[in-house]
Structure formats: structure tokens, C-alpha cells
Ligand binder design. Structure first.
Ligand code: TYD
Ligand code: MG
Length: 455
């Protein structure tokens, strides 16, 4: 009889590629020093806990019944929207995010509020008591949500057979391991094998499976890239854990748009949905302050108003400081160079601090105009007229360039009762200004914006 011999293989921790010997550089993705050694036992397929499905038959597209698979409506509307209208039966959803951001809270809070389904919450990280404490904090109990602390995939399938859940949660995929492989939990081969088995279970049983995943220090999901390929949706929960706002976005979604965005606030009793982000992100200070400008940004599909704060002061030391939070530092330096050259401000000897309110990170180039306005306002120490907001990209020669989806931005500014909005001249074409109640000030150069604001 042939002896089954354990095999040693090398896996790339970046792309999941397999190699038979160690190499300094992964031949598949070109990353250096990413190969890790793992021992694998050949998997006996008959031991697979998932029952064998019948053989599939090719069908003509027109013959396939368009089963309008009912989605499971999530209690949180923001989560529903990001999922594309609810959790699809038989889908595999991966939720990633930094430790402590609130992934477990988000999932538990939603599932405890679902009364119509049996839920199995598998936790490989926390004890049942810890989960109970969290549930108490959220302020909900539930008779149909079962919690089990388990790290063996085979035992998890036993629990599934007992409980027959309507929704399965695995928190987190990096902590569970299949007995078929010898490598430790969290290794490339384990993550891949466990995810593949859970995928098979989801597709065969029609039970949606939510996987919670860790992210590594570069900010991408830990484990092999194949994990992102096999799941139906990848949701990312992000935000600065020092601040209270959290953003949920879909990086991939086979059942909906990836441009949707959910905004939450971490409170004493769990996560609270933020229905109207603009109202929260713009401070309603009674006095006019210099160095504050309101930008109209679009994150995902949602426009909102956000406050940009700048402080320009004479440098105390020889080298001036530049400090930025929530905005790209290189972009700010570029904007400072434009101001120096086009408006003639001597910013070379000044400290410049820039902050985006609420701890959010904004990448929208349309915020440029608000950023330079805040810097100019602080530099001349004059407040921008109340009720003014901005949208516009600034180019290298100081020109204000048109931005995408200007109508949506104007509508949001109007909704929040803004009194005037500076927009790029190039955006004016195609907008029906007669219908608008908000006065638009069109600008085509940084100098013009400066004159419009402080003349
Ligand atoms: P958690 O869901 O455990 O994060 P993750 O699963 O992503 O690691 O929650 C993270 C933090 O949220 C925790 O440090 C405490 C805080 N928190 C609150 O502020 N209020 C609450 O009601 C709960 C449950 C948690
Ligand atoms: Mg957790």
C-alpha cells in the first residue's frame, strides 16, 4: 500500500501562488521575501462534510429561470444599501477592517435584530462571555442567535448540521483551520481551504455566509488574494478608531454597485447610522472663523459637505512645518506651490496645518478649491462669508478644473441651506441655473477665487 506522505510546499503570502522550493522572489507576483513554508497532507475528498451535489447541466441563457432570489433584509439600512439591497441567499460576503474598528459589533448588532432566521455565529477570537458582554452593550438579546467558540472547520460543519442556520457568520476566517491540512490557522493554505469549503456550503445550501477578515499593515485583506476572488462581495469597514465615524464600502460586489457607502458612528451602545452626514461634518459655530472652508465632496455615490480647516502661521523654526490629516500631503504641497506662484503668497516661511473634520480621509480632487480657500483665509486672517461652499479641482497653472457630478453636489449644498457655491467655470455648461435657488459663483482661476472671497 502506498504510504501517504506529508508534503512541504511553499506559498506566497501575497498572491497565494505555490512553489515546490523556497525562492527569494515569488515567480508569480514578483514580491520579495513572501514565500512561507507549509506542510500539507493530501485532502481526501470523500471526507468533505458537504454532500455531493448532482452533476451540472449546461443551459441556454434564455432557458435559465430568472429566480428573483429574495434577499434577506438587514436591519441596518446603510448595510443593506452597501450590500446592494440586502444579503443574497447563498452568497459569501467578506467583511474586512482594522482591529477594533467595529466589524464584530456591526455584524452582531444586525444579526441580533433579525428574528425570522436562525443564526449561527462562530467566533474563533472571543469567548462566549465576551460576545455576551458585547450583546449587552448593544442592548439586545436574541433566542435565535447561537454563538459557538470554535476554530476547527470540521467541528463547525458539525454545528451547522445540528443547528441548520439561516445565516452563518465566521469571525474571523484567519482563526479557523481544517484538519485536512497540517499548517496553522491563518496560513495561506488554511485560509484558502476554509474559504473554499464555506463557499461550497453556501452555494449548495443557499445559506448566506459572512466571513470577517483581518487586514494587514498595508491596509489590504490579510491572506491570499484568492480569498477576494472567491467571495461574492468584499466589504471594507474603515475609519480612524480614535474618531467616532466609520465608513462601510463595497470593494467588490457581485450583487450590487460598489459605489454605495454607509456611514456609522460608534456610540456607547453600538453603531449608529448617520443618515445625514453633512449636518454632522459641518460645525454650526456661531462666530465666523478664519481658516475654515466647506467643501462638497462625493464619496462613493453620496455627496456630502465637509469642513476643511487650515492654520497658517509664521514658522517658529528655520524649516516650516507641513502637517496634514485626512488629505493627501503631497497634494497639499502642490496646492501650496500653486498659491505661491499664482497668488503671490509667501508661504515658504510659514507653518501650514490642514485638517479634514471628523477624522475622514478624502481623496476627491474636487476638494482642492475648499483646501486652498481655507489656507488663503487663514493666511489673510479673514473668515470666508458664512454659507459659502466649494467644489473644484485645482491644476498646476492655477486653473480651476471642472469636477464630476456637479449637479449632485449643488443639490446637496442647496439642501443644507448654503447661500453661495463657488464652482469651476467649465462646469457651468449643461446646468440649468434657472431652477436653482443657490447662487453660483463661477471661477476659472485661483486668483479669481481669491478676489471673489476676500475683495
Ligand atoms: P469590535 O466590534 O470588537 O471591533 P473588531 O471586531 O473590528 O475588532 O469593536 C471595537 C471597539 O468598539 C471596541 O474597542 C469598543 C468599541 N465599542 C463601543 O465603543 N461601543 C459599543 O457599543 C461596542 C460594542 C464597542
Ligand atoms: Mg472582532
Amino acid at each position: 500500500m502506498a504510504k501517504t506522505k506529508d508534503k512541504t510546499v511553499w506559498f506566497c503570502s501575497a498572491c497565494g501562488a505555490q512553489a515546490s522550493k523556497w525562492e527569494g522572489r515569488c515567480s508569480a507576483c514578483g514580491q520579495w521575501n513572501t514565500l512561507v513554508e507549509e506542510r500539507v497532507k493530501p485532502v481526501s475528498r470523500s471526507a468533505s462534510p458537504v454532500s455531493k451535489a448532482g452533476k451540472s447541466v449546461p443551459q441556454a441563457v434564455s432557458q435559465i429561470a430568472a429566480l428573483d432570489e429574495p434577499r434577506i433584509h438587514m436591519p441596518s439600512e446603510e448595510l443593506n444599501r452597501v450590500l446592494g439591497g440586502g444579503l443574497v441567499q447563498g452568497s459569501l460576503v467578506l467583511l474586512g477592517g482594522e482591529p477594533g474598528i467595529g466589524k464584530s459589533t456591526l455584524v452582531l448588532q444586525n444579526l441580533l435584530a433579525i428574528k425570522s432566521k436562525t443564526i449561527l455565529y462562530v467566533s474563533g477570537e472571543e469567548s462566549a462571555t465576551q460576545l455576551k458582554l458585547r450583546a449587552d452593550r448593544i442592548g439586545r438579546g436574541s433566542d435565535n442567535c447561537f454563538i459557538v467558540c470554535e476554530t476547527s472547520l470540521d467541528n463547525i460543519f458539525d454545528h451547522i448540521a445540528d443547528i441548520q442556520p439561516g445565516i452563518l457568520v465566521v469571525d474571523s476566517i484567519q482563526t479557523i483551520a481544517s484538519d485536512a491540512l497540517e499548517s496553522s490557522a491563518g496560513s495561506v493554505s488554511q485560509v484558502r481551504e476554509c474559504a473554499a469549503q464555506l463557499l461550497k456550503y453556501a452555494k449548495e445550501s443557499g445559506v448566506p455566509v459572512i466571513l470577517i477578515g483581518h487586514i494587514n499593515k498595508e491596509g489590504s485583506l490579510a491572506g491570499p488574494k484568492v480569498l477576494e476572488h472567491i467571495v461574492d462581495a468584499v466589504l471594507q469597514f474603515e475609519g480612524d478608531s480614535q474618531y467616532m465615524y466609520r465608513i462601510l464600502r463595497a470593494n467588490k460586489n457581485r450583487f450590487g454597485s460598489t459605489s454605495e457607502l454607509g456611514i456609522y458612528e460608534m456610540c456607547q451602545h453600538g453603531l449608529r447610522e448617520v443618515k445625514n452626514p453633512s449636518e454632522m461634518l459641518v460645525s454650526q459655530a456661531d462666530i465666523d472663523l478664519s481658516g475654515v472652508a466647506i467643501g462638497v465632496t462625493i464619496e462613493g455615490a453620496r455627496p456630502f459637505l465637509i469642513e476643511v480647516q487650515a492654520l497658517v502661521s509664521t514658522a517658529a523654526y528655520g524649516t516650516p512645518q507641513r502637517s496634514v490629516t485626512g488629505f493627501d500631503g503631497k497634494r497639499m504641497n502642490m496646492l501650496l506651490a500653486v498659491l505661491e506662484k499664482r497668488v503671490g503668497f509667501k508661504l515658504g516661511q510659514k507653518d501650514v496645518f490642514l485638517n479634514i473634520a471628523g477624522g475622514l480621509k478624502v481623496n476627491d480632487p474636487a476638494l482642492d478649491l475648499a483646501v486652498i480657500s481655507a489656507i488663503l483665509s487663514s493666511n489673510v486672517d479673514m473668515a470666508i462669508q458664512r454659507g459659502t461652499c466649494f467644489a473644484g479641482e485645482v491644476g498646476l497653472s492655477g486653473e480651476i478644473r471642472p469636477v464630476a457630478r456637479i449637479e449632485q453636489r449643488i443639490a446637496e449644498a442647496e439642501k443644507l441651506g448654503m447661500q453661495q457655491m463657488l464652482i469651476p467655470k467649465g462646469n457651468l455648461k449643461g446646468i440649468n441655473t434657472k431652477r436653482l435657488s443657490i447662487p453660483l459663483v463661477e471661477v476659472s482661476k485661483v486668483e479669481e477665487a481669491f478676489r471673489a472671497l476676500f475683495a
